[in-house]
Write a protein that binds this ligand. Structure first.
Ligand SMILES: *Cc1c(COP(=O)(O)O)cnc(C)c1O
Length: 386
């Protein structure tokens, strides 16, 4: 352990919001069936409807697990063996979706794009048209909004428009975007949306906020076979969250922390958080460009504002540099899969998207690389200090 606690500039987990830390540590344990817990849960449900821009009839809840449980619960509840499903894949998290849907016994077809590029709305329309010509009714279309592994923002609104005529359910991974920009579940016609508590909301990891549309609940109710994942079954969740009967013991301390972080995010405002992340990201890019770092995602419109993916300058030793930064109390992420050793991924989520932690990172990077002026460029670009 280094003497100072590390500054987490990874794309999740993110530094805890002070209100979340306080809520996590405050007070005695409460039972999961306590009226005070149900009161907090009701506020969480209402705030999640705001977070996701959910229409009336949407069921919101926390799953007791991380973002991946949110992902898996969607497939387990909404697919049955043999169902045709269409999944967008342009990075590691899209690939994880394929793995999960396959394990549910679905017949998976993919729409793909190379790492660093966005998924094409036309490719979804074409794939759906082809399936229809074959007489196949695609039951579910799933994609990642922000692909954290490559720093790509997929054109969700356009893809949702391409999917709508097919009647397929639309499942959206908003793990990298929720809480850091407005989300319009109603306008998109999305049926299932999820995130993880430790990303844009800066709460501790361990709960996955989900939203399930009325249409998705109806499809779930009409299943021929029970969902294979008992723990996160939508009906079981509603027993607890709506009928207040026991299903499983929920992690109440994590509910309290998430509640506080979510309140803080909505109080700040989602457009304001989006602007904050964008401003820091642009200033970091301006500060690092003279060192030879370049954006991994060529098309500016496809850059994910919450994950700055930078191609490393030639000759920079990825592992050694990140290890030296970690020694100095800074945690950043490298690439995943095909981008390992090729890029760095700088998190601009929640409390990570602040000037102070980035000033510390850039100052330590100056020390590690033996260069100067990086922090100053950052401050100038941001219009602070100097
Ligand atoms: C982090 C992440 C996940 C997985 O979440 P865990 O909390 O690590 O289980 C899924 N999708 C995206 C886009 C992510 O960034």
């Amino acid at each position: 352990m280094s003497a100072r606690p590390p500054v987490l500039l990874t794309p999740g987990p993110t530094p805890l919001h002070p209100a979340a830390r306080e809520a996590l540590c405050a007070g005695e344990a409460l039972g999961h069936m306590d009226p005070a817990v149900f009161a907090v849960n009701r506020e969480i449900q209402a705030d999640l409807r705001t977070l996701y821009g959910a229409p009336a009839g949407t069921f919101t809840a926390l799953l007791a697990g991380t973002g991946s449980l949110g992902m898996e619960a969607g497939f387990a509840n909404l697919l049955e063996p043999g169902d045709p499903v269409l999944i967008g894949v342009n990075g590691s998290f899209g690939a994880r979706m394929v793995e999960m849907a396959t394990r549910c016994g679905a017949r998976v077809r993919t729409v793909t794009a190379p790492p660093g590029e966005a998924l094409s709305p036309q490719a979804f329309a074409d794939a759906l048209a082809e399936e229809e010509k074959k007489g196949e009714e695609v039951r579910l279309v799933a994609l990642v909004h922000g692909e954290t592994s490559t720093g790509v923002l997929n054109p969700l609104a356009e893809i949702a428009r391409a999917v709508a005529p097919s009647g397929a359910l639309l499942s959206v991974d908003a793990v990298a975007t929720a809480g850091m920009q407005p989300f319009d579940m109603a306008g998109l016609g999305a049926d299932y949306v999820y995130t993880g508590s430790q990303k844009g909301l800066s709460a501790p990891p361990g709960v996955a906020p989900v939203a399930v549309s009325g249409r998705a609940l109806a499809r779930h109710a009409a299943r021929r076979t029970p969902a294979p994942l008992w723990y996160a079954d939508f009906a079981g969740l509603r027993d607890y969250w709506e009928a207040h009967s026991y299903h499983h013991t929920v992690p109440v301390q994590l509910h309290f922390a998430l509640h506080a972080a979510l309140r803080a995010a909505l109080a700040e405002g989602l457009p304001q958080r989006q602007a904050r992340a964008a401003a820091i990201g642009e200033a970091v890019l301006a500060a690092l460009t003279p060192l030879g770092f370049t954006p991994f995602v060529p098309t500016p419109a496809h850059r994910l504002p919450t994950v700055l993916a930078l191609r490393l300058p030639p000759g920079l030793d990825d592992a050694a540099t990140r290890a030296a930064l970690r020694e100095r109390g800074i945690s950043i992420a490298g690439g995943m899969g095909p981008t390992a050793g090729v890029i760095w991924r700088l998190g601009l989520m929640g409390e990570g998207a602040r000037p102070a932690p980035y000033e510390r990172f850039l100052t330590e990077l100056e020390g590690v690389l033996g260069v100067r002026g990086v922090t100053q460029r950052f401050q100038e670009a941001l219009g602070v200090g100097a």
